[in-house]
Design a binder for this molecule. Structure first.
Ligand SMILES: Cc1cc2nc3c(=O)[nH]c(=O)nc-3n(C[C@H](O)[C@H](O)[C@H](O)COP(=O)(O)OP(=O)(O)OC[C@H]3O[C@@H](n4cnc5c(N)ncnc54)[C@H](O)[C@@H]3O)c2cc1C
Length: 188
């Protein structure tokens, strides 16, 4: 179920983008950009919390003003959907993370809409990973990607323990390693 127009300002507030709720959790550009930090937090036994901005186009002040204008006879859920334009998925997330009391407190509700905390409990399975990280340690190979302990054998790409953000960097690094290794092999 795609969540349109949400931006995630999480462990690193400079990382933004869209995310998608799936059957298993949350994924998409915003999460890929944060996956290294999320992995580090989880590996260190710390909490990994992402804060989702459900209304990036509205400021906190705009939201408070809009909530104050809610007619007293209109239901909060309906108002959030029809006037604030939260999708059903966003509303469900918001309700899931808010007590009934807080849901009717404009100030708390506004804060939650602008920074909804999402506790990440784990990473997806390796079979579905875009990049696996881990693998052969870089200090086990020389500058030409040859195994120090196994001459005339080479490893590049995802077999090595390196990390890069998706969005072309992984592919470019793999192509570059392949190019460099081919150049080296041609000199032998
Ligand atoms: C769904 C998805 C989306 C991605 N999107 C992006 C993106 O947008 N931008 C980006 O930069 N990166 C992206 N990536 C990551 C990128 O595709 C990988 O980092 C890159 O392809 C790794 O290249 P590689 O040559 O190391 O491994 P691979 O591309 O996995 O190539 C390994 C090859 O070895 C073959 N093979 C395996 N075992 C054997 C064997 N025993 N004998 C012979 N052949 C074997 C496999 O069939 C495969 O063809 C994405 C990855 C996935 C899975």
């Amino acid at each position: 179920m795609p969540l349109k127009n949400i931006s995630i300002t999480a462990l690193d507030a400079t990382k933004k983008g869209e995310a998608v709720i799936t059957e298993f959790g949350i994924e998409g550009g915003a999460i890929y950009a944060l996956s290294k930090q999320i992995r580090q937090q989880l590996n260190e036994g710390k909490q990994a919390v992402c804060y989702i901005d459900l209304k990036p186009t509205l400021s906190i002040e705009d939201l408070i003003t809009a909530l104050k204008s809610k007619p007293s006879n209109s239901s909060m859920s309906k108002y959030l959907e029809s006037t604030i334009h939260l999708s059903k998925a966003q509303l469900a997330l918001l309700k899931n993370q808010t007590t009934q009391e807080d849901f009717f407190n404009n100030e708390i509700l506004t804060k939650k809409i602008k920074a909804l905390p999402l506790h990440i409990t784990g990473l997806g399975p390796i079979d579905e990973a875009i990049s696996t990280t881990g693998g052969i340690a870089l200090n086990e190979i020389d500058n030409n990607f040859q195994f120090k302990k196994w001459p005339a054998h080479y490893a590049i790409g995802e077999m090595l323990d390196w990390d890069a953000p998706t969005g072309g960097y992984l592919l470019q690094a793999c192509f570059s390693m392949g190019y460099k290794l081919a150049e080296h092999l041609n000199t032998l």
